[in-house]
Design a protein. Structure first.
Length: 219
């Protein structure tokens, strides 16, 4: 008598990061729209120039977000009522610089970011370049784990594993980012870069897991 067997496979991968992403956010504010845009443009061009002198291409600094918004102050009048008073136009430009894992290049990039008058907001992530290859390995581990479980259960039941009938899988997004964090706090970017170079930080591996359900015939 034939039947079916349903098994949930689980898989894990642990991979060292081989890529660095520095996220940079600059903001410029002025009561005049054109002046705010000019300030933002000058800051960005200065940043690209400094990055180029640090050994990168100015075009390596990619825009990830751009927004111009109006800012208001809440002001209380003599009757105790609050009204919003226009303060300025605020231009926000977020960019990212991505390159192979190299702490010396990271140090040079952070020094370049901190050399100008603008004080950009910075965050550093350690990632992998080939996410597709890592995800493929993870799915192979899921499938192999499911088959091993199914074959073990069939053997223990005096059965043989037959044809695969169905796979149920939810395509969830994975975060291909190392849990290692680099906090800027009140430290200047060039100080953090020098510290990372001298301490020789090794980012933690990226840990991923996934599951899928498999159904086979039994013989």
């Amino acid at each position: 008598m034939s039947g079916t067997i349903a098994v949930r496979g689980t898989g894990k991968v642990s991979v060292p990061p081989d890529n660095i992403i520095i996220s940079v956010t600059l903001s410029a504010e002025d009561k005049e729209y054109s002046a705010a845009m000019d300030k933002a443009s000058a800051m960005i061009e200065s940043l690209r120039s400094r990055i180029a002198k640090a050994g990168f291409s100015g075009s390596d600094l990619k825009t990830s977000y751009f927004n111009v918004r109006t800012e208001y102050d809440s002001v209380q009048d003599e009757h105790g009522r609050y009204t919003n008073i226009f303060r300025a136009y605020n231009c926000v430009h977020s960019m990212k610089l991505e390159f192979d894992l190299d702490l010396d290049r990271l140090n040079r990039a952070l020094t370049a970011f901190s050399a100008g008058e603008a004080a950009p907001e910075l965050s550093i992530s350690f990632t992998v370049k080939d996410e597709e290859a890592v995800n493929s390995e993870l799915l192979r581990n899921v499938a192999e784990n499911a088959r091993e479980k199914a074959e073990t259960l069939c053997a223990a039941s005096g059965k043989k594993l037959g044809e695969l009938i169905k796979i149920e899988y939810n395509w969830d997004d994975h975060s291909f980012v190392s849990p290692t964090r680099c906090e800027m706090n009140d430290c200047a970017p060039r100080m953090l870069g020098a510290a990372m170079k001298s301490v020789s930080i090794v980012p933690d591996n990226i840990q991923l897991s996934d599951t899928a359900a498999f159904i086979w015939n039994m013989e």
